[in-house]
Design a protein around this ligand. Structure first.
Ligand code: FAD
Ligand code: FMN
Length: 442
């Protein structure tokens, strides 16, 4: 079993699932070769995940890679028949919002968990990812667990909770799974590497809002691969020990550097945010950063021909800019429409030059910027959606997709509501299930 040298990087400590019924991968493969176990597939091992920003999906993928023949599905891809026809299941389940299901489990919640099918033949285990700072710690995983029990399924052992600040709890999961040997299976994310702060610019001096920073990082070693939508996991030193903070990558590997857009957080009692303060103020230029890149398939783009509507505010520009830069570098691609919200037109029109360039070159078909402290009164991204309802509907009718990036409070929830008004609740839900509505929200 591979364990990360850095316990914070649970994706590196991911290799969890091959040892169902006490078999290691090698013994499983040996047994299968000898014809002692049925090949998996329908009726065999089902590995399900519900993940908002890729962590539990990475764990599930690593488990599936180590379990030949297992079926790997997001919860939204699982129906009652899959559960009823399966003897063994592993679930890798994150919680988002306020104890809520990740986006790729909303249909499962509405359609499958709304009933109580007979699942007496199912034995399962749940690995729950969460954060103890939230009142409903691992709330959605517990909800799934209760529902499975109520339907007659049998837990193989108690639900295993993993707090993002205590990822060593993964060892408990591995022990419960009976995994004792090194499977040699691939890890799910790039190894944590040492990077240097090459440059840092204050993007909005004089703004009535919190300081926004543009950070440019360069790797000490080889540049890892990543895609637009992926996340940088950064290890932050703190008096209580290292903590992990996630940041959306604004750049692509072709630039040779990782760019981040950070809001400096200051809490109501004036306490500086641990991670943002360290990255924006304490770390000197040239300073070292431990960073690993986590794939975030839930915020990837599929087809480059698909028209894109990118929506976000503040630091959310980071995840949107990566997509925009990817499209702008292509010879031909579907049109991109960006809606970005900020505070003041005089101080917060960040990345204006680059965005104007894309407008001029055709990389950007339409740009709407809203300012909550603008001259004509406050204007927010959700108002632009309502004011442009016909264009939003035409975008969706033309097969377009929608990507939302930024803070959940004060943006993503309001944008979701505006989309439901403009497109209808059912259509918005359908877009999410079809993965034409994707969110990187925090
Ligand atoms: C997938 C993802 C992508 C992100 N991308 C970006 C990005 O591109 N740019 C960006 O600026 N930020 C981004 N963030 C947010 C970032 O990870 C940090 O949360 C942010 O920088 C604040 O961290 P901090 O350590 O500075 O503040 P903290 O020290 O964590 O404190 C900030 C304040 O929030 C409170 N708080 C802290 N943690 C919690 C919690 N879990 N629940 C409730 N209250 C809490 C604290 O009490 C304090 O008042 C992203 C987050 C996620 C999950
Ligand atoms: C906006 C947001 C809301 C969250 N809400 C909860 C919560 O209510 N309960 C909890 O235990 N964890 C919560 N978390 C923590 C996540 O579950 C945790 O970071 C997890 O590792 C994310 O996994 P994923 O990358 O698979 O989505 C929240 C995280 C974010 C960014």
């Amino acid at each position: 079993m591979i364990l990360s040298a850095d316990p914070l990087h649970w994706t590196m400590a991911a290799l969890t699932g091959a040892a169902w019924s006490g078999l290691t991968v090698r013994t499983l493969i040996r047994a299968r070769r000898a014809g002692q176990v049925a090949a998996t597939g329908p009726g065999g091992l089902l590995i399900g995940y519900a993940s908002q920003s890729g962590s539990s999906e990475a764990l599930a993928r690593a488990a599936a890679a180590a379990s030949p023949g297992a079926r790997l599905l997001s919860l939204d891809q699982i129906g009652v028949a899959d559960l009823a026809g399966t003897a063994q299941a592993q679930f890798y389940i994150s919680t988002t919002g306020d104890g809520d299901a990740p986006d790729n489990a909303t249909m499962f919640l509405a359609r499958v968990m709304a009933g109580c099918p007979e699942l007496g033949g199912l034995s399962y285990a749940i690995l729950a990812l969460g954060d103890r700072h939230y009142p409903r710690f691992c709330g959605f995983a517990h909800r799934l667990d209760h529902w499975l029990r109520a339907c007659g399924a049998t837990p193989r052992f108690p639900l295993t909770e993993v707090d993002r600040d205590q990822p060593t709890a993964l060892a408990t999961w591995r022990a419960r799974m009976g995994e004792t040997t090194n499977t040699g299976a691939p890890v799910s994310a790039a190894a944590p590497g040492r990077w240097r702060l090459a440059a840092r610019h204050h993007l909005n001096p004089g703004s009535p809002g919190g300081p926004l920073w543009h950070l440019v990082l360069e790797p000490e070693g080889p540049l890892p691969a990543w895609r637009a939508g992926d996340i940088a996991e950064i290890t932050i030193p703190s008096p209580e020990g290292p903590v992990r903070r996630d940041y959306s990558l604004a750049s692509l590997p072709a630039s040779g550097r990782a760019e981040l857009i950070l809001r400096e957080v200051i809490s109501e009692d004036g306490r500086p945010g641990t991670g943002s303060h360290w990255l924006c103020r304490q770390l000197g230029e040239g300073g070292a950063i431990d960073l690993s890149i986590r794939a975030n398939p839930g915020f990837h783009a599929g087809d480059d021909a698909m028209p894109m509507l990118l929506i976000g505010n503040g630091s959310g520009l980071a995840g949107l800019l990566a997509h925009l830069r990817h499209r702008a570098a292509l010879k031909a691609s579907g049109p991109v429409w960006l809606i970005h919200g900020e505070r003041s037109p005089d101080h917060d029109a960040v990345f204006a030059e680059e965005l104007s360039g894309y407008l001029a070159s055709g990389g950007l078909a339409r740009l709407d910027r809203s300012f909550s402290r603008g001259g004509g009164g406050p204007r927010y991204v959700q108002q632009i959606l309502r004011d442009s309802a016909a264009a939003v509907r035409a975008h969706v009718a033309a097969g377009g997709g929608i990507w939302i990036c930024g803070r959940r409070e004060g943006m993503a929830t309001d944008v979701q509501q505006a989309l439901e008004e403009v497109l209808g609740k059912d259509e918005t839900a359908r877009l999410m299930t079809e993965r034409r509505l994707r969110r990187d929200i925090y």
